[in-house]
Ligand binder design. Sequence first.
Ligand code: PLP
Length: 392
Amino acid sequence: MPYVEGNSAIREMFEAGARMAEEIGAENVYDFSLGNPSVPAPKAVDQAIREILDQEDPLYIHGYNQSNSGYEDVRTVVADHLNKLHGTSFTSRNIIMTVGAASGLNVAIKTLADPGEEILAFAPYFVEYGNYCANHGVTLSAVPANTATFQPDLEKMEAMITEKTRAVIINSPNNPTGVIYSADTLRRMAEILRRKSAAYGKAIFILSDEPYRELAYDGAEVPYVTRFYDDTVVCYSWSKSLSLPGERIGYLVFPTEMEDFENAAAAANICNRVLGYVNAPTLMQRVVAKCIDEKTNIDVYDKNRQALYDGLTEIGYSCVMPQGAFYLWVKTPMEDDAAFCAKAKDYHILAVPGRSFACPGYTRLAYCVSYDTIIRSLPAFRRLYNDIQAGK
Ligand code: PLP
C-alpha cells in the first residue's frame, strides 16, 4: 500500500488535535496545522449557486460535460479574465477546467512527463508533489532551499538538471514560506531552462502551481509566468482565492507557444478523463464564471499575518515575513523540527515540521485561523520558547 507511511505524521496530528480538543476544549487548542481557509466564500458565490440551480435545466447542470476540458463559454470567461489581468492572449483553447489544483497537477504531470523522467521542486515545497509524481512513475527531486531568501536556488537547480528532467514545479506565493518569486528570479530561471532544453533537445517545462495567486499582501505583484517562459503550464485553483476547497474547481493554462501545443492540450483533455476526474464539476464551472471578478477578504489574513509575525518575532522566534498565501515559516528554536513540533503539542500548539516540506529546521504555521486564536496562542508560544532557551 503506497503513501500510508508518509502520511502518518499528518494523520497523527489530526488525531492529537481532536483528542486535545476533547480534553481541554477546542478553544484552548492552537491548531496551526491546516491550510483550510478561515474566510467564508463571498456571498456572491452562494447567490450564484442558488440562481444557477433555479434557472438551469437539472439535466444540464448535474450532467457530464461534452468536452472533458470543460464548458467552452466558461473557458472563454477564464481566458478573457487572464488576458485583462496579465496582457496575455489566451482563448478557450488554452484553458482546461480541472477538479482543483491537485487534479490539475496530476493531469499536467501525466500529460507532460513519461514514467522514469524526473521533476524538480524547490524546497520547501507542498508535500503532495511527491505523491502526484509517484502516481505517474515520475521521480520528484528536491532542489535544496536557499535559506537566506527562500527564492529558488537557481545555481543548484541548474546543476541538478539532467537528460531525465522534464519539468520544474514552482509555487508562488509559496506554501509554506509565503515568499513570492520575483520577476528577476523567473527571468533567470527561464534563461537557464531555455539553455538546458536546447542542450538536451527536449522541452523542460515550468509547472506553475498557483492556488495562492490572489493572496498577496501590501500590493505585491505576483509575476505571470507564461510571460517569462513559453513552456509553462499554469495550474490554478479557486480553493483559496474564493474559499472553495471542498468544491474542487480550478483550471490549467496550456499556452499556444508551448512545445507541441495541439497535442499537449488534446492529451490533457484525455488525461482529465482517464485519471478519473472526467470533467470539472458543472455547477462549479458556472459559478466561477459568474463570480470571476469576486475576491476573498484578504484583509482578514493580512491582520493575522501581522499579528502572528509581530507576536512571534517579539518573543524571539526567527520568521520569514510572508508576502502572500496564509502560512508563516518559522525557524525552530531547537535544531530538530520534529522534536520541536512534538514539544509544541505539550503547549497545545499544533504545527507542521519543516521536514514535511523537505526543509528540516523550520516549522509551518497556517494562520488561516481566527484572530482570537492567534492572540490567545502567543503566551503559549512564549512559554514554549522560554522553556527551550532554559533547556527544559
Ligand atoms: N498546491 C499547493 C501549494 C497547495 O497548498 C494546495 C492545497 O493546499 C494544493 C496545491 C491543492 O489545492 P486544491 O484544493 O486546489 O486541489
